[in-house]
Design a protein around this ligand. Sequence first.
Ligand SMILES: [Zn+2]
Length: 109
Amino acid sequence: MSSLWEQRAARNESLFREVNENIARLEDRHGATVAGPVFLCECANADCTEHLVVGADVYERVREHPRQFLILPGHEDPRVEKVVETHRDYLIVVKTGAAGDIAEQTQGL
Ligand SMILES: [Zn+2]
């Protein structure tokens, strides 16, 4: 059984993912800006409202896998995720364990 905390963390991240998917869609419609679209950090901290700037291509690559999320460097939580790519402005993490299962189940809801 996963802890309540773990489930909540995963739900929060899925919520941010939904917001970011809307941003990605809007970008699509209006054309990409020079600076690149601004996304919300998808870390497990529900209070985190920080932004990260990545290219739409990076975002789409992350979204290809339901367990992958984009977060700011230093926001990773080894209890629920594993860093798979480290960049100057962002990290790509993969949800592990129950958090990953929830992320997968809530994909596209
Ligand atoms: Zn964050």
